[in-house]
Design a protein around this ligand. Structure first.
Ligand SMILES: Cc1ncc(C[n+]2csc(CCOP(=O)(O)OP(=O)(O)O)c2C)c(N)n1
Ligand SMILES: CC(=O)[C@@H](O)[C@H](O)COP(=O)(O)O
Ligand SMILES: [Mg+2]
Length: 648
């Protein structure tokens, strides 16, 4: 029998199916998602849990005239499958293939590009207002998860939408999960586990009455039932109704027929409406349902029959594990050290800290801004907070870093995981900008470890500083060096990984993980008779200007390497230092290697680094080119921002 999915190239084909065929279509979509994710990795659980919602929304609404706006966008695989991308679906998250999230450039059905959480309501409301002004037609629908609702920006959107009273449909996909089980008072409210103050008052009154006088069983029963009835008056909808939304639900988010019927009714309503749908993360695929927080959220390659990872990696642990263990050790050593994550207990490794130190570890929800200001408050009282946030997500909290932490010189430590290229998540998730956006913050000490011992030392250094500090590390395995006891490093002092001879031909200065690639490059160059000294900067701020300038004065050739954007990053800091100390004017040739002024797309991070000339071979090539080039006169630079190919 031909699969229904094979007949669907556009939402129009989907609409042509009888409603009774939709459950079968949903099962076929599930099979496709599991089969493809097993080969490419991906956000399996979120997408499986939202299949019926995706299908019903496309069945009822008329994309792209009606706009479907996804929050995070990791639940949109079914949407991709029914909007003409079925034939390319097997390329999901691979280089040149479909992106893991909606992207406006990928399809006219991707109304809004996404990857970071909590944006859908604001974007959808913007579209509603734009259409009002410009006279466009069609409905705007935002599909938002309960986890995304823990982000303040989602409430900023609800706040304005409820006030403006425009036509906006918000579909709340509530699976009680963020990546880990969802946290927070709103999440509890949605689960109706919160008794209202009025219900509590009734309960107290009833208890008092029961204590005061003897009552028959029947009276007691009646009074108990009165209490339960008072509690039942507290519904999840009250929250949204107070914000000006009409609330509908909760409904079964897996009954596609009923969803179609409900959505068709809601499509005719005017004003802000919120449909509350209950779903299960990983729905329909047992391994994902059983282990929603890890296998159920996202997986790399796996065996579709068992859900187990296809390959088990041996070798050094990921930097994340080293960091989490180092932080646990610091928390054991010093009771003032606490840990904070914004909904990434698994991703940052802080689950380990939470297990050992539940009172000193907080998951604050998808609330990076709050996480930073919360840490500032803790630091005011003498506590030593470590805020572990991915480089890309910390972008959100820049003002909090500047205004709440740095301005007050508070000793908050920022541990930035996923710094550099992250691979399959692509443009929205690359840790490209942190060196640039943190380097400009006055008083913040900014470090980049070149191996796992350096990470341990930098954590210790940060915890002993009187003000704010940050260190960044990549999404990959550590170097595998024998473990050293953590120690505080001298602030602002670089270290030589390879000193070179009395007068080396070139200095390679690197920030963080690329230092080891630079070392390999230097070894290869050495075999060719080129003497390259390798400086591990350790500190991007304060930069060891003296070591750098002294070293460069002899060879007058410098190659800088960083896995971050060239604009405003480590190489830029080196140029500034050379210029400030008059070394540039002496005619120094500088090649800066890093990420270009473009958004780097999804693909294999290792291959992308090679394409960008940031692996050992690429660094060696740049050195050869620099040595082959004529020495520039005066202060001319050879800035190699153009090396490699931007995939974005
Ligand atoms: C600003 C930001 N912080 C963190 C994340 C990481 N993240 C991606 S999905 C997710 C959980 C989202 O939960 P929910 O919206 O309920 O969707 P579900 O996965 O449950 O379908 C988190 C924390 C993110 N994408 N954006
Ligand atoms: C959608 C999202 O933001 C996260 O699920 C992210 O994809 C996790 O990335 P890691 O796999 O690097 O933890
Ligand atoms: Mg959820």
């Amino acid at each position: 029998m031909q699969r229904l999915l094979d007949r669907i190239d556009s939402p129009g084909h989907l609409k042509a199916l009888p409603v009774t065929d939709l459950p079968r279509l949903c099962e076929e979509i599930r099979g496709e998602i599991v089969a493809v994710c097993a080969r490419t990795g991906g956000h399996l659980g979120s997408s499986l849990g939202a299949v019926e919602l995706n299908v019903a929304l496309h069945y009822v609404f008329d994309s792209p005239i009606d706009r479907l706006v996804f929050d995070v966008g990791h639940q949109a695989y079914a949407h991709k499958l029914v909007t003409g991308r079925r034939d390319r679906f097997a390329t999901l998250r691979t280089e040149g293939g479909l992106a893991g999230f909606p992207e406006r450039a990928e399809s006219e059905h991707d109304a809004f590009g996404v990857g970071h959480a909590s944006t859908a309501i604001s974007a959808a409301l913007g579209m509603v207002e734009a259409r009002r002004i410009a006279g466009g037609r069609g409905k705007v629908v935002a599909l938002v998860g309960d986890g995304a609702l823990t982000g303040g920006v989602a409430f900023e959107g609800l706040n304005q939408a409820g006030y403006l009273r425009r036509d906006l449909l918000v579909v709340l996909n509530d699976n009680e999960m963020s990546i880990s089980p969802n946290v927070g008072a709103v999440s509890e409210w949605l689960s109706k586990r919160l008794a209202s103050p009025s219900a509590e008052r009734v309960e107290r009154l009833v208890k008092a009455v029961l204590q005061d006088a003897p009552h028959g069983a029947r009276t007691i029963d009646v009074l108990h039932r009165a209490v339960e009835a008072a509690k039942a008056l507290v519904t999840p909808g009250m929250l949204f109704e107070a914000l000006g939304f009409r609330y509908v639900g909760p409904v079964d988010g897996h009954d596609v027929g009923a969803l179609v019927e409900t959505l068709a009714g809601l499509a005719r309503l005017e004003g802000p409406v919120l449909l509350h749908a209950l779903t299960a993360k990983g729905k329909g695929y047992a391994p994902a349902e059983a282990d929603a927080a890890t296998r159920g959220h996202a997986l790399s390659f796996f065996d579709p029959r068992t859900g187990r990872p296809a390959t088990r990696s041996s070798g050094p642990p990921p930097y994340t594990d080293v960091f989490a263990q180092a932080l646990c050790d610091e928390m054991a050593r010093d009771g003032r050290v606490v840990a904070i994550t914004a909904a990434m207990l698994e991703g940052t490794g802080l689950r380990r800290c939470q297990r050992r130190f539940p009172d000193r570890t907080w998951d604050v929800g998808i609330a990076e801004q709050h996480a930073v200001t919360f840490a500032a408050g803790l630091a005011c009282e003498g506590v030593r907070p470590v805020v572990a946030i991915y480089s890309t997500f910390l972008q959100r909290a820049l003002d909090q870093i500047i205004h709440d932490v740095a301005l007050q010189r508070l000793p908050v430590t920022f541990a930035l995981d996923r710094a550099g290229l992250v691979g399959a998540d692509g443009k929205t998730h690359q840790g490209a900008f942190d060196l640039a956006y943190l380097r400009c913050v006055p008083g913040l000490v900014l470090m980049a470890p070149s191996d796992e011992n350096e990470l341990r030392h930098m954590l210790r250094t940060a915890l002993e500083l009187p003000g704010p500090a940050a260190f960044r590390f990549p999404r990959r395995a550590a170097a595998g060096v024998p473990a050293e006891e953590p120690r505080a490093l001298p602030v602002g002092r670089a270290r030589w990984l390879r000193a070179g001879g009395p007068r080396p031909d070139v200095v390679i200065a690197a920030a963080g993980a690329p230092a080891l690639a630079a070392l390999s490059a230097a070894a290869a160059l050495g075999a060719e008779g080129i003497d390259a000294a390798v400086l591990d900067a350790r500190f991007v701020k304060p930069l060891d200007e003296e070591a750098l300038c002294d070293a460069v004065t002899g060879p007058r050739r410098l190659v800088t390497v960083e896995e971050g954007c060239l604009a405003g990053g480590f190489g830029a800091a080196c140029l500034e230092a050379l210029a400030a100390r008059g070394v540039l004017a002496d005619g120094v040739a500088v090649a800066r290697l890093g990420l270009p002024d473009a958004f780097v797309g999804h693909g294999d991070a290792g291959r992308q680094l090679a394409a960008l000339g940031l692996d050992a071979a690429g660094i060696a090539r740049s050195v050869r080119e620099l040595l082959g080039a004529e020495r520039p006169a005066g202060d001319r630079l050879t800035a190699r921002a153009d090396l490699g190919r931007a995939t974005g």
